[in-house]
Write a protein that binds this ligand. Structure first.
Ligand SMILES: C[S@@+](CC[C@H](N)C(=O)[O-])C[C@H]1O[C@@H](n2cnc3c(N)ncnc32)[C@H](O)[C@@H]1O
Length: 285
């Protein structure tokens, strides 16, 4: 792409048509993103460790009743949740398609002798295995999938769970997604950053598709030396509480409980995320 492609861009891009999401799976991007996951100066890619620890304590006590089980973390990133749950006695599997994150998670599990295994794969197509007491998908990632992919993932999660097992989702509130789509365009210039190791200009443009309730964010990275343009795009589906209920019930779950955050109470951090817990119906023996 070049600058003219920006000039002639579609002013109203259809959700997901210009890209599924930011390039988590690309090796260079994933290595740069890993630094952001592990950074203790912001909460953009993963929450800072003290917050993760509070969330893990809540999951262990409130969702799992302190009982060791098998946990599957979809989109596990560098394993910040799985490693801490393993420290509390759980046996964990993580799936993620970011190579740098999975390398880091595996190395940490080996170094610390943790009962964690990791799989570099796309959660839309990966084999999840079976026999889990908890399957979770955190930090808003559910919303970034097309609705048909979100349903597919939740049905696979349902199959992977033991009877009576729990699904834990941490999706965005409707208002947070609407805000993603309505923020004004912005730009930045940097010698190196998350989207490029080289001097570049970074443009972000946002669209809110009110009828579909989808925010689309487009990112243009302009290489400062060559002028070459790379475009990334991500779309985020907003769901009302009723839409979450229909989605989750439609994938076979029951006993849905809403919590205002992954620590159970209203979070002071304003991430615009909530926690949803549902159950796979126990088969009467
Ligand atoms: C916002 S990060 C959260 C990571 C981790 N759950 C945490 O909170 O520390 C989203 C993660 O989902 C992963 N991801 C997104 N889409 C995926 C897909 N289709 N298959 C596997 N992993 C995916 C990304 O690579 C990234 O690690």
């Amino acid at each position: 792409m070049d600058l003219l492609d920006i000039v002639h861009r579609n002013p109203d891009p259809e959700p997901w048509t210009e890209g599924e999401k930011i390039p988590w799976h690309e090796p260079g991007f994933s290595a740069r993103m890993l630094r952001e996951h592990l950074s203790q100066s912001h909460d953009a890619a993963s929450r800072r460790f003290p917050i993760v620890e509070r969330q893990v304590t809540w999951i262990h006590q409130q969702i799992l009743g302190g009982e060791p089980t098998r946990v599957l973390d979809l989109g596990c990133g560098p394993g910040l949740y799985t490693s801490r749950l393993a420290n509390l006695g759980h046996t964990c599997t993580g799936i993620d398609f970011s190579p740098a994150s999975i390398d880091y998670a595996r190395a940490e599990a080996t170094r610390r002798g943790l009962p964690c295994s990791y799989c570099l794969d796309d959660i839309r197509t990966a084999d999840y295995g079976t026999g889990y007491g908890l399957v979770m998908l955190l930090f808003g990632e559910l919303n970034v999938f097309r609705p048909e992919d979100a349903r597919l993932i939740l049905r696979k999660a349902h199959q992977a769970l033991l009877s009576g097992g729990r699904l834990l989702l941490e999706p965005h509130t409707y208002a947070a997604v609407a805000q993603l789509g309505t923020e004004p365009a912005s730009w930045d210039a940097s010698p190196a950053g998350l989207f490029s190791n080289h001097p570049h200009i970074f443009l972000q443009e946002n669209t809110w598709h009110a009828e579909q309730a989808v925010a689309t964010n487009r990112y243009y990275v302009i290489d400062a030396e060559s002028g070459a343009v790379t475009r990334h795009a991500a779309s985020t589906q907003a769901y009302t509480d009723d839409a979450y209920r229909d989605l989750i019930a439609g994938c076979g779950f029951t006993n849905l409980t809403h919590y205002p955050s992954l620590i159970g109470t209203a979070a002071p951090d304003g991430f615009g995320l909530l926690a949803l817990v549902a159950e796979k119906v126990a088969v009467q023996g």
